[in-house]
Write a protein that binds this ligand. Structure first.
Ligand SMILES: Nc1ncnc2c1ncn2[C@@H]1O[C@H](COP(=O)(O)OP(=O)(O)OP(=O)(O)O)[C@@H](O)[C@H]1O
Ligand SMILES: [Mg+2]
Length: 458
């Protein structure tokens, strides 16, 4: 089971990082093609010689002595292969052919191998010219025989004969284009594999719903695609409206006992889509007939007023410092029936102190009486205490994680920080999922049951 899971994960990484795999394969193929193009073709021409016992010796010889002769011939074959590779023979061939080449360079071209379990020896020349390879192989063989003839001349035991003369090779032995391409492909795949895993290791951002669920042990309430227009008041049939409606449905199921009247929307860091989510959720809840209030609790970078084109000079901070008589005087209606907003008001120097005040507690209690649902658009969790203060006062928290932006460690840190103040995190949503034009789906793995991804088409 464990092994199956690993293979599954492996396949998923390769599919996810297919570009890296393709780049690796391309590099492998380019190297193979370059080798095929730039390596000079090398040709091999070979001769074969037989070492056998002389006629005189073989006649009327007892079997044992004849066997000794075979052994001797084999040993001689090995000795002769050493002679073939010798400097002296190379010099003789150079003299004979008047070659302008150093003996040590010629030595590199020749090789001699006794053929196993036979009395044969194979002499091979490797050269960039097929005709020169043939000529050198034949001359080398003749020179070798004439050089060694003297040594064995007086022995009746050994004969050396040429079994096969060298022919002009028709095909080069190097490079081997097909083999190189196959090797390039294999090495390229391994390289791509390495790239894919390196990228996976270096990428610490979240991209998969299920992965986040496993990481923080909190349920996904849905996925929001990348959208061109963040405020969806009049985009009823837009695919992103559909995803917010799906999140609304999941929240309604979770809130079957009406225990959630104040809902915080937050995320680990800045710019991950908290305001976009809070605002659109407020819209879709209002569209479902819920009496909703959206409060801009971000007293550092307020956006709600701006997005609704409303004056932000009178809002939450006024109530919290006691400048506004009551919440009612700061309530603003919107074009969406059933949706009201309270903007941030002027930015105060001490947001955390104001949010921690008793006035905030009584404001929330008051608003809960007036509305079915109060959505609080909050600042990020990490680095500032504002949201943690509010999280201890609100009924529930919805965490936003941004696709390819929010780091895994940050979402874990956010869960831990919220957990410490006793907040109830009802779920998280993955925001800003890119649309895959080719497949027609969003590039995330959907969480079965939460969202009918296939319905969400462009
Ligand atoms: N799903 C989305 N698709 C496209 N753009 C998005 C999406 N969600 C948010 N954005 C854009 O990202 C930017 C930041 O979004 P938003 O203001 O909602 O984030 P935030 O978490 O509230 O930021 P801050 O921490 O500053 O309050 C905005 O320009 C917004 O339009
Ligand atoms: Mg915001």
């Amino acid at each position: 089971m464990e092994e199956q899971l690993d293979l599954f994960q492996l396949a998923r990484i390769l599919i996810k990082r297919k570009i890296a795999v393709i780049v690796g394969i391309l590099i492998g193929l380019i190297i193979a093609v370059s080798i095929n193009i730039y390596i000079k073709p090398q040709y091999e021409a070979s001769t074969q010689m037989l070492f056998s016992q002389g006629q005189e010796a073989s006649q009327n010889q007892p079997i044992q002595e004849s066997y000794q002769a075979v052994l001797l011939s084999e040993r001689l074959a090995q000795t002769f292969s050493q002679i073939i590779s010798s400097r002296t023979l190379a010099e003789r061939v150079i003299d004979r052919l008047k070659l302008r080449i150093a003996p040590e360079d010629l030595e590199k071209k020749v090789s001699a191998d006794p053929v196993k379990d036979t009395q044969l020896i194979k002499l091979t020349i490797t050269d960039t010219s097929p005709t020169r390879a043939r000529m050198l192989a034949n001359v080398y063989t003749y020179e070798f025989i004439s050089m060694t003839e003297k040594a064995v001349h007086h022995s009746p035991l050994v004969n050396i004969s040429i079994i096969e003369k060298a022919a002009v090779p028709s095909k080069p032995v190097q490079p081997k284009p097909v083999l190189n391409l196959i090797l390039g492909l294999c090495m390229g795949f391994m390289l791509g594999f390495g790239f894919a895993f390196l990228l996976e290791m270096l990428d610490t951002t979240i991209k998969e719903t299920e992965e986040v669920e496993k990481l923080i042990g909190i349920t996904s309430l849905g996925n929001v695609p990348k959208i061109s227009k963040p405020l969806l008041l009049d985009n009823d049939n837009d695919r992103s409206s559909e995803s917010f409606r799906s999140i609304r449905t999941n929240l309604q199921y979770l809130n079957f006992d009406q225990s959630i009247k104040t809902l915080i929307v937050t995320s680990p860091n800045m710019g991950e889509g908290k305001t976009t989510t809070a605002l659109n959720l407020a819209v879709v809840f209002a569209q479902a007939g819920t009496k909703v209030l959206l409060v801009d609790c971000d007293l550092r970078r307020p956006m709600v007023g701006k997005l609704f084109n409303r004056d932000q000079s009178k809002g939450l901070s006024n109530i919290l410092v006691g400048a506004a008589a009551d919440a009612g005087s700061t309530l603003l209606s919107t074009d969406e029936e059933g949706l009201h907003i309270i903007t941030s008001g002027p930015i105060p120097p001490n947001p955390a102190d104001l949010l921690n005040s008793g006035r905030m507690d009584s404001l929330l209690a008051d608003l809960k009486d007036q509305f079915d649902l109060v959505i609080l658009d909050c600042p990020p969790v990490l680095g500032i205490s504002d949201t943690l203060i509010l999280a201890s006062k609100a009924d529930a928290v919805l965490a936003v994680a941004s696709f390819g932006k929010t780091k895994k460690t940050d979402i874990v840190g956010t869960r831990d920080a919220l957990g410490k103040v006793g907040a109830r995190i009802v779920g998280f949503i993955m925001n800003g999922i890119p649309y895959d034009k080719r497949s027609g789906y969003y590039s995330y793995r959907s969480y079965a049951g939460h969202q009918a991804v296939s319905d969400v088409t462009r």
